[in-house]
Design a protein around this ligand. Structure first.
Ligand SMILES: [Zn+2]
Length: 254
């Protein structure tokens, strides 16, 4: 078996290779494709925009100026924005871009090597698989990428739990609003009409409850408009608490 520089087998024809949307060219399907695709996605987002017509992959050739088979020949290397980062040139990326590249490489766990790190001749357009085909790091990295790029599962937002400090602030805000009904015991729920109508006194009590519910609703609305100065989370918490207060205050038969 003829292997390229990094130990991956030579691919003599492009038929079994897979196009990569970021480049004009192909790479090895499967784990290598997943890794190269994610590398391009992050390079495009964090280093510079990729020009597809300036970027390529598989090429069955030897190393330029050498005798070994290029990793492009095993479809495990890509060149990105080649005209801006010509072979042999150093410093074609800003220090901030180099830092961004190195951050990406760290996240790729040593599986990818950047041509800008070549000691002899620089090749800053170039990225390649830097471990053997048998190295389990390849499959592990690809699996990790697939897991983080899978569609997010939407779960309902739980009601946030309150810290003691949040409770203190919310209670202070609530106390600041005058509650006319605060000392009036409210005994009936709004759904108890038939039961209450058995007794004229209870009917009167129902009217009281209805009026108090209206007032309470207005006061809660006033409370909500009075607290925008509180942080967003605290407002959400206050709404949750006011719901509990409403339920507690007007709920339950005597
Ligand atoms: Zn290259």
């Amino acid at each position: 078996m003829v292997a390229s520089q990094n130990g991956w087998p030579r691919v003599a024809a492009s038929g079994g290779l897979q196009t990569l949307p970021w480049i004009t060219g192909r790479v090895l399907p499967g784990d290598v494709w997943t890794i190269m695709d994610h590398l391009c996605r992050r390079f495009d987002a964090e280093v510079e925009t990729i020009r597809k017509d300036w970027s390529w992959g598989w090429d069955d050739r030897g190393v330029i100026g050498g005798t070994e088979l290029s990793n492009h020949a095993s479809a495990t290397a890509i060149d990105v924005n080649a005209p801006d980062h010509p072979i042999s040139a150093r410093g074609t990326f800003t220090p901030a871009q180099v830092k961004a590249i190195e951050t990406i490489l760290e996240d790729f766990n040593g599986v990818i090597k950047w041509g800008g790190h070549y000691v002899k001749r620089a090749d800053e357009m170039h990225f390649e698989i830097d471990v053997l085909p048998t190295d389990p790091k390849v499959a592990a990295l690809a699996a990790q990428i697939r897991s983080i790029t899978a569609p997010a599962v939407v779960v309902p937002m739980p009601v946030p739990s309150l810290s003691d400090e949040q409770v203190t602030r919310i209670l202070a805000a609530i106390k600041a609003v005058p509650f006319a009904t605060a000392n009036v015991p409210i005994k009936y729920t709004a759904g108890d009409v038939s039961w209450i109508q058995e007794d004229a006194n209870n009917a009167a009590a129902l009217r009281v409850v209805q009026r108090q519910n209206r007032e309470l609703t207005q006061q809660l609305a006033a409370l909500h408009s009075a607290i925008p100065a509180m942080c967003k989370q605290a407002v959400l918490d206050a709404l949750a608490v006011s719901t509990i207060i409403t339920t507690t205050t007007i709920g339950g038969k005597p």
